[in-house]
Design a protein around this ligand. Structure first.
Ligand code: NAD
Length: 236
């Protein structure tokens, strides 16, 4: 573990599971009692905006009642203490990495606590509901939507992600099922360029075979242990 300098970490819903935020496919393919295609696609929003806005209003309110767990805190410690490059690429749309204190975080699938105005293409910190169609603070149009990358939309900042990955000597995937692309493909990019790869997940994921090493168990246990290992290697 002592030879690494540049680390890219991909996190998914499993990192926030122990904070009480449901993973995507926890129960029989439903997400919080909804089919994904009914709430997390642009088509769903066009068809039934009230349903989609209500769903995200509830999620936005819910995450504000949750707190970071040991995995978030350990990654924030790594961010503070790691002298090399580090990028935490998260698929999560909650703010628990930031609330734990991490700074080098990139939200590739957007953020619950942002609203996006589709009229003037500005983004705004947002904690309340969108259901009642509040005006955009910038242009006044009633055209705010959740700043969430839905299925069929392009994830954010892929150029920055690939640039960081291109420099990485270690790629670590934490709490993600390896089912949602392009995030699920990052391990193969890393592998193709000779970067070491490690999976930390509750159980083998769909991508486990692509990793050099896989450790299975709860993120709140695995991640602090791994961070200790990495930081002790740095000082040693
Ligand atoms: P996913 O639900 O597909 O997979 C979650 C993975 O985490 C599974 O492999 C599961 O075994 C593992 N896991 C569950 N509990 C764990 C724990 N305690 N410790 C370690 N691993 C655990 O989620 P995904 O791979 O992130 O992809 C799905 C999509 O869902 C993403 O696009 C994301 O934007 C969205 N999503 C985000 C949140 C959030 O922001 N917290 C929550 C649900 C879904």
């Amino acid at each position: 573990m002592t030879d690494y300098r540049n680390i890219v970490i991909l996190t998914g819903a499993g990192v926030s599971a122990e904070s009480g935020i449901d993973t995507f496919r926890a129960e029989g393919g439903l997400w919080e009692q909804h089919r994904v295609e009914d709430v997390a696609t642009p088509e769903a929003f066009a068809r039934d905006p009230d349903l989609v806005l209500r769903f995200y209003d509830m999620r936005r309110a819910a995450i504000q009642t949750k707190v970071p767990n040991g995995a978030h805190l350990a990654l924030a410690r790594l961010d503070r203490e790691w002298a090399g490059n580090l990028l935490i690429v998260t698929q999560n749309v909650d703010d628990l990495h930031e609330r734990a204190g991490a700074r080098r975080v990139l939200h590739m699938h957007g953020e619950h606590l942002n609203a996006w105005c589709t009229a003037c293409d500005t983004r705004h910190p947002w904690r309340g509901p969108l259901m009642d169609r509040p005006p955009c603070p910038h242009c006044g149009a009633n055209a705010l939507r959740p700043d969430i990358v839905w299925f069929g939309e392009m994830p954010y900042r892929m150029d920055d992600i690939y640039a960081a990955l291109g420099q990485a000597d270690l790629f670590v995937s934490i709490g993600t099922s390896g089912a949602v692309y392009p995030a699920a493909g990052l391990v193969r990019e890393a592998r193709a360029q000779g970067t070491a790869t490690l999976e930390l997940n509750l159980e083998p994921s769909q991508g486990t075979r692509w990793f050099d090493e896989a450790r299975h168990g709860p993120a709140s246990v695995l991640v602090p242990a791994w961070v200790d290992e990495v930081l002790s290697g740095q000082s040693g």
